[in-house]
Design a protein around this ligand. Structure first.
Ligand SMILES: [Zn+2]
Ligand SMILES: [Zn+2]
Length: 277
């Protein structure tokens, strides 16, 4: 092992001891689903809010419940209201920089949100405090949606939410993760059996620009699961067209078939914060 790596490993061991027995990066999902999405990624030094799709009041109350009252930055995946609805009000009390693509920032500026915008092109890599962040383009019916890999020391957290179809580029970006936060929006059978949604909505959800099914998450994990993957966190579960038990059982089987039965599987919830993981 090159000497530089062992010095860095020793540093990380110290910070790991202060945070969690297994991870120097931890994640708490404040809320996830069509009613609103917001997640906190934290290290000892930084608290990053990924999406701000809860009302600012809810977002701050749930963050406080998780012991977080200070934020360093916001990272946005796309401009849909279930991902940005609390952003404007949140920034009034927490005027932190907002990282997003230039096109997404443009749309949000047009809608009247004032922020310290830090824009990038989808696919670009940038630093945010102690994180190296790789953005990547995803297919979803938004102006310029992206996923992220947040790397911190040896930890690599992948964030993939609101995506209709997993391309080769997305799969490539998500290799060698330690933690994956991924949308598992619907179960194919439950979506088809749902009587509340008209056919056109079901088609939009399952299209290449819609959302990911449990089966699509299984296919993704068959490509990217590896021995150092520690956790899979499932988000954006549809209340009518998915269930935690169904999703977790499918993902568990997929991981076990890849000799990755050790991976923890967690589900984010719509109405309460969960984590830290
Ligand atoms: Zn969404
Ligand atoms: Zn969306």
């Amino acid at each position: 092992m090159p000497p530089v790596k062992s010095i860095a490993s020793a540093d990380r061991l110290d910070s790991r001891e202060r945070t969690s027995p297994s991870c120097s990066v931890q994640i708490s999902v404040l809320g996830s689903g069509s009613a609103g999405n917001a997640t906190i990624v934290k290290t000892d030094e930084m608290h990053i809010l990924v999406d701000a799709g809860l009302s600012a009041r809810q977002l701050l109350a749930r963050a406080k419940q998780q012991g977080i009252e200070k934020f360093d930055a916001v990272l946005l995946t796309h401009e849909h209201s279930d991902h940005v609805k609390g952003l404007g009000v949140f920034l009034k009390s927490h005027p932190v920089p907002v990282y997003t693509t230039a096109q997404t920032a443009y749309i949000l500026r047009q809608s009247g949100i004032a922020a310290d915008w830090k824009t990038f092109e989808a696919g670009q890599r940038f630093s945010l405090g102690s994180f190296e962040i790789q953005s990547f383009s995803i297919l979803h019916d938004a102006v310029d949606p992206v996923g992220y890999v947040l790397a911190h020391g040896t930890e690599k957290l992948g964030v993939l939410s609101d995506v209709g179809h997993v391309t080769h580029a997305v799969t490539a970006a998500l290799r060698e993760l330690s933690v994956l936060f991924v949308e598992a929006n619907y179960d194919d059978e439950l979506l088809m059996a749902d009587t509340k949604r008209p056919w056109s909505i079901k088609q939009r959800i399952s299209s290449r620009h819609g959302h990911l099914s449990n089966r699509q998450v299984v296919s993704l994990l068959e490509e990217i699961a590896h021995p150092a993957l520690k956790k899979v966190i499932l988000g954006h579960l549809s209340a009518d067209c998915n269930s935690e038990d169904v999703a977790i059982a499918m993902i568990r089987r997929a991981l076990q078939s890849r000799s990755c039965g050790h991976v923890e599987i967690h589900c984010a919830a719509a109405s309460e914060p969960r984590g830290w993981w």
